[in-house]
Design a protein around this ligand. Sequence first.
Ligand code: NAD
Ligand code: MLT
Length: 318
Amino acid sequence: MALSIKKVLISDNVDKKCEDLLRQNNIEVVCKFKLSSLELIKELSDCDGLIVRSDTKVTKEIIEASKSLSVIGRAGTGVDNIDINAATKKGIIVLNAPNGNAISACELTCAHITCLARNVPAACQSTKELKWERKLYSGGCELSGKILAVIGLGRIGKEVAVRMKSFGMQIIAFDPFVTNVEAHALSIKRLELDDIWPLADYITVHTPLIPQTKNLINKSVFEKCKRGVKIVNVARGGIVNEEDLLHALEEGICGGAALDVFSEEPPVNVILQRLLCHPNVIATPHLGASTKEAQVRVAVEVAEQFVSLNDISSKFPI
Ligand code: NAD
Ligand code: MLT
């Protein structure tokens, strides 16, 4: 039977361009946000497609209860809020929109690195409180001449490397799927992880959160790092072990951390609260992709794939 997407539920705040493009291609669209699992199951009962951002958790329970769902689209990169195994078992296609928000996530990463170097957020807050604490916030260090380790040289990692090079940073990197030749072409030195740790002044992670990358930066890694190393995570919470990071900050092993993502969002557990309150931590509430440009791009990218699926399946029915 040919795949035919006639009705789509958009259950998170995806840019309106997504809805418009689907409607222009004769796909009925329902937009309902903040649904409970039961409400979501009910709404999906006559939908062929579902489009989410990150608020909706598309669990096994929801997938198994769906009667007509054939495609789930994620208006963004990570698909960690969708149970891929359950979807695959039911023959449901899961697609994402990984290209549209890479520049935005990269730019936020670069902003975090520059803020970490010069205590910008804390100095700003103090100045807004009408203090004039030049001495307290002096003593930052130049980025020029420092070594930035990029872990994961995919779409975002590469863009970060290119931009931070223009600050005079030397870039070293690890990615199991990138060759020395490819890295060299970007003026990046590719090294194994154990060679990276003792060299890096800054470490920024840009991998997916998968079993191989969970807790990638942990206590034993901190023991191998330069004292005062700075850590940036705009990828996924959990790649950096948060308890070990807190300990490293408290011991001065880690000189500062900039975090956009957390293992629990919003972060409520005690470790995360202590981490957020640490004076050497800069934090943003998962804003990497939250620019106007990125949100339009991912909305269009995901809708275009839904439309293409209809086109392909009408030309090549199974
Ligand atoms: P990508 O797939 O283009 O790149 C990921 C890279 O990680 C790949 O090159 C892959 O080879 C590499 N990799 C895989 N396993 C690895 C390992 N064990 N060690 C080192 N490298 C490994 O992905 P991307 O679009 O660059 O996204 C990177 C991360 O950023 C993802 O986790 C994504 O979900 C996240 N992200 C976050 C935001 C945000 O709002 N904060 C926005 C966009 C993307
Ligand atoms: C992503 O995976 O694309 C990001 O986490 C951004 C988001 O959509 O919030």
